[in-house]
Design a binder for this molecule. Structure first.
Ligand SMILES: Cc1ncc(COP(=O)(O)OP(=O)(O)O)c(N)n1
Ligand SMILES: Cc1ncsc1CCOP(=O)(O)O
Ligand SMILES: [Mg+2]
Length: 209
């Protein structure tokens, strides 16, 4: 599987009212290679149902599905997981999901968290937020120097996240981000056609990398 390109992340508010599947399909049509199912509610039944539908879509498009926060749901579906600093151990997730699963870890703006994530068996590390984020304001701010440091000293693909737009993404990619994770600049759109157009524009940025 590819750990490079546009990494689309769902949002239960932006995709409410029946938009989840059509907007995600549009993002996949536009070239998103990874999809994270992120729903911060505690509705386990909905999580299970929606994640199953998203898995079916991802399989159709050859994309990789990753579940936010919940390694057990990921294990039930046989997919990957993304864990933040308070979401449980990456090593335990690796033991649960096996060697082939994509497991990502949030490292905010701290290189030593990325070194730790690598030791615990992460498949990628995520730095950010890089810019003001409507979706998750107030987290620590990362810089492109951190991306340079990761490119030089870390043997893992790097995700850049947080307020990334079509205008700001190229610089992050130039500094070594293998994936750009996006919610608002992709899914805050009036139509599925617009999501597809944006996904294609993000994906094109990776064409020469
Ligand atoms: C790709 C990616 N990077 C970072 C995050 C943030 O994870 P976390 O810090 O656990 O915050 P929540 O997303 O759980 O609110 C992410 N989800 N995905
Ligand atoms: C989940 C997360 N973690 C750090 S910033 C962020 C939100 C990313 O969403 P957006 O692309 O809308 O800023
Ligand atoms: Mg989390």
């Amino acid at each position: 599987m590819t750990l490079s390109g546009l990494y689309a992340i769902t949002d239960s508010q932006l995709l409410a009212g029946g938009k989840l599947l059509p907007y995600v399909e549009a993002a996949l049509n536009g070239g998103a290679r990874l999809l994270q199912y992120r729903d911060k509610s505690t509705d386990d039944g909905r999580h299970q149902r929606e994640a199953e539908s998203l898995l079916e879509l991802c399989q159709r498009y050859g994309a990789t599905l990753i579940i936010n926060d919940d390694a057990e749901l990921a294990a039930r579906l046989g997919v990957g997981v993304h864990l933040g600093q308070g979401d449980g151990s990456l090593a335990a997730a690796r033991a649960l999901l096996g060697g082939g699963a994509v497991i990502g870890g949030t490292c905010h703006a701290r290189f030593e968290l990325a070194e730790q994530a690598a030791k615990e068996g992460a498949s990628y590390v995520a730095f950010g937020r890089f810019f003001e984020s409507h979706t998750k304001p107030g987290t620590p701010t990362a810089t492109v120097e951190l991306l340079d440091q990761a490119r030089q000293h870390l043997q893992l693909p790097v995700v850049a996240i947080g307020g990334v737009t079509l205008d700001s993404a190229p610089r992050l990619i130039e500094h070594g981000a293998s994936m750009i994770a996006v919610i608002h600049a992709l899914f805050a759109a009036d139509s599925a056609a617009e999501v597809e157009r944006r996904a294609r524009a993000f994906s094109t940025l990776f064409a020469h990398h």
